[in-house]
Design a protein around this ligand. Structure first.
Ligand code: AHR
Length: 305
């Protein structure tokens, strides 16, 4: 474990602890808060870790700088939730040269997989496909106008969800009027939806938001335009955090595809295995569900995040 400056930022430089630098994307959404809490709980002193946490405010350069700082501090392992897919080759090589294993969580990178030890996350393409199949099944037989709120540009979550969704609605009567990024934030979702409503007004029949938070932001814009979300505009989102499930239970959202943020225990387990020299797979996918209004009403009281 670590001595020197990093010991002051973490759990006191106890030599028995495994020092882990975790480069989180930022704090853009309810999903992200739940993911951060899950990793902090699993990478705790109680479990044998000294955690150095950094959240990069959704800025790729800041996230790469955090990883470089972990390398300079000589941590035992680095965990990254990569903001974007591209741009990781150099810093991952630097970590490899320094003999520090990298464990990716949540999103993926385009860099060669020999530059990191393993990845644990979700099947974003399948999430987009499940959302698209719901749209296709419910509205695909009649000409229907749809708008899309995309996640952070260049993130695997946004890219793969877009691909899966497009595949699922291909060949149906769904007409995509517009698709723009709301950066996975409530504010972004609200602003972009305001723009869509100004441009297309009541032509919009369905909204697909790449996450709950953007969908929740869009609710404000839809209500301000005098329309009823869930009725005048049908809404499908991804994540299934508590606020999203509440909107679904209330009938303001119509369908949610789950994206499980509780990856901490698996990350902690993989860090220990990799450092012990045990062989691990290159990818671990956590399964997701999908929910209707009835499901949301039933599940809300026990929803953990
Ligand atoms: O990478 C997962 C996505 O990132 C979640 O769907 C979104 O809410 C988060 O910000």
């Amino acid at each position: 474990a670590l001595t020197g400056c990093a010991a002051n930022t973490g759990g006191g430089g106890d030599d028995d602890l495994i020092t882990v630098g975790f480069a989180q994307t930022g704090s853009e959404s309810g999903w992200r808060s739940a993911n951060t809490e899950s990793l902090k709980a699993a990478l705790s002193e109680e479990n044998g870790f000294e955690l150095i946490f950094n959240a990069a405010d959704n800025k790729q350069e800041a996230q790469i700088a955090a990883v470089r700082s972990f390398i300079n501090q000589g941590v035992d392992a680095i965990v990254i939730a990569p903001i974007t897919v591209d741009g990781w080759d150099d810093v991952l090589k630097e970590a490899k040269d320094a003999g520090i294993p990298v464990i990716l969580e949540d999103r993926t990178v385009s860099a060669s997989d020999d530059l990191y030890a393993t990845w644990v996350g979700l099947d974003f393409k399948q999430e987009g496909k499940t959302a698209g199949e719901w749209v296709a099944d419910n509205f695909g037989a009649e000409p229907t106008n749809l708008v899309i709120l995309e996640g952070t540009t260049g993130s695997s979550a946004a890219l793969d969800r877009a691909t899966g969704f497009a595949e699922a609605i291909d060949g149906t009567s769904i007409n995509v009027l517009d698709s723009q990024t709301g950066d996975f934030t409530r504010d972004g979702g609200k602003k972009v939806m305001e723009g869509f409503l100004q441009k297309y007004g009541s032509e919009i029949q369905v909204l697909f938001a790449h996450n709950d938070d953007m969908g929740l932001g869009a609710l404000d814009a839809i209500k301000a335009a005098g329309l009823t979300p869930g009725e005048d505009i049908k809404i499908v989102t991804i994540d299934a955090v508590k606020d999203g499930m509440q909107a679904l239970a209330d009938g303001e959202f119509n369908y949610i595809v789950e994206c499980n943020p509780l990856l901490g225990d698996q990350v902690a387990d993989l860090v220990k295995k990799v450092l012990a020299g045990e062989s691990v797979d290159k990818a671990y996918i956590v399964p997701d569900g999908a929910f209707t209004q009835e499901d949301a009403i039933e599940l809300l009281p026990t929803r953990p995040y």
